[in-house]
Design a protein around this ligand. Structure first.
Ligand code: AMP
Length: 394
């Protein structure tokens, strides 16, 4: 290994990490893993670049409030003998919210940290965990530069009309805007298009990031112009446990007629809705596909219906569509979902190649199809590593 880059994705109860080795210009995965169960009983697992388990550990929960700090301390201690002598070039952090201002990855200093803290009200479930990861890195990997890579940044190329709500303007001014998320995934796909789908690189493409969190993005000539997620990562498609788009009148009904408070509604919309809520069976697409419960079928029907519907809306935002790209856990693996989405878009001129779809692509549209369709695996960690290198070089 020459010099390494550490990519951190700190969530509320887990820290996922990847160590990239920059040998000879290329970025190779040296280790990846996670510390899960932060706040309950943390478990630490590391795999090497070939996927073999390199380390496993578990420990008692540290004192309240020290979860992320302790996890990072354990990770830093494990990393120390496993890093090259030259050490780390830098640490790239996934940060969910860059607010209205951050449209590119940014080297973290005190001023940036203060800004990121000011965005906590915009992402109260995720931003504090991201900040805890950054704080712990400053403590346990001192002297190593840190770069914030934002899930919202790629969407800052939206025209303003795609980012406002039909609310009085002062709400927009104070930050109530459609930010969009999954930006690191979309940026990775946009950068991969010239090599993997060159005919789409300069065109109008809808990318469907279909995972436990699901959203879609309209990318025109490599730039995001619209996205299904808005002020929060609740909007747009139904997800594993999140509702997706909902009439705000439903929330008024829940408050006024059912006496539900903000916490109960938050719990309902984030944790008990979407595929899990509709099916009553599971949030996991594999379980739904294997189930013979009609409610599981209904959840899948709704998921596909919304993807097809949003594709039409995003095509309208761009004034046309040349291609569709599927990515993330469901997008990359669930051939049946892709088939149904493509059938729903036949009216747009999309013809599926069933054999290519069963083989997971990369190109899954039939020769002669007016619309090209692809499966392209996303790699948000690599995108963060590339951003970290570029931000530190710049
Ligand atoms: P992600 O959040 O990107 O890891 O995606 C997680 C989702 O991908 C879960 O709903 C999984 O059930 C789904 N998934 C992963 N592999 C498959 C598969 N082979 N078939 C259907 N769904 C899958």
């Amino acid at each position: 290994m020459s010099k390494a880059i550490l990519v951190l994705n700190a969530g509320s109860s887990s820290i996922k990490f990847t160590v990239f080795d920059r040998a000879g210009g290329a970025l190779a995965v040296r280790y990846n893993g996670q510390i899960e169960g932060i706040g309950t009983r943390p478990r630490f697992k590391v795999r090497d670049g070939a996927g073999a388990v390199a380390h496993e550990d578990a420990w008692e929960n540290p004192p309240l409030g020290r979860g992320h700090a302790h996890a990072l301390e354990m990770l830093a201690a494990w990393l120390d003998p496993h890093l090259p002598e030259e050490g780390l070039i830098g640490v790239g952090h996934r940060v969910v919210h860059g607010g209205p201002t951050y449209s590119a990855p940014t080297v973290i200093d005190d001023g940036v940290l203060r800004d990121l803290e000011s965005f906590v009200p915009l992402a109260p479930l995720h931003q504090p965990a991201n900040l805890a990861g950054i704080g712990a890195t400053l403590d346990f990997l001192p002297g190593v530069p840190n770069v914030a890579c934002f899930d919202t940044a790629f969407h800052r190329s939206h025209p303003k009309v795609a980012d406002i709500y039909g609310l009085p303007g002062e709400y927009y001014d104070e930050g109530v805007r459609r930010y969009g998320f999954h930006g690191l995934s979309y940026e990775y796909i946009a950068r991969a298009l010239p090599e993997l789908a060159p005919e789409l690189a300069g065109g109008k493409v809808v990318v469907a990031h279909l995972g436990n969190g699901s959203s879609m993005c309209a990318i025109s000539a490599g730039h995001s112009v619209d996205s299904t997620m808005g002020f929060t990562a609740l909007d747009g498609l139904p997800m594993g446990t999140r509702s997706g788009q909902i009439d705000p009148g439903v929330l008024l009904y829940l408050m006024q007629e059912k006496g539900m408070g903000a916490k109960q509604i938050e719990d309902l919309l984030y944790k008990r809705s979407g595929l899990l809520g509709i099916s009553g069976v599971s949030n996991d697409m594999r379980n739904l596909e294997a189930s013979d419960d009609p409610r599981a079928a209904e959840a899948i029907d709704y998921y596909v219906f919304r993807i097809v519907r949003e594709t039409g809306a995003l095509a309208a935002s761009m004034g046309g569509i040349d291609g569709l790209v599927f990515t993330a856990g469901i997008g990359e693996n669930a051939a049946g979902i892709r088939r149904r989405v493509c059938e729903g878009l036949a009216w747009l001129g999309l013809a599926l190649d069933p054999a290519a779809n069963a083989a997971h692509g990369p190109r899954i549209s039939a020769p002669g199809s007016r619309l090209a369709a692809y499966v392209i695996p996303t790699d948000e960690e690599r995108m963060i590593a590339l951003h970290t290198l570029a931000a530190l070089a710049g």
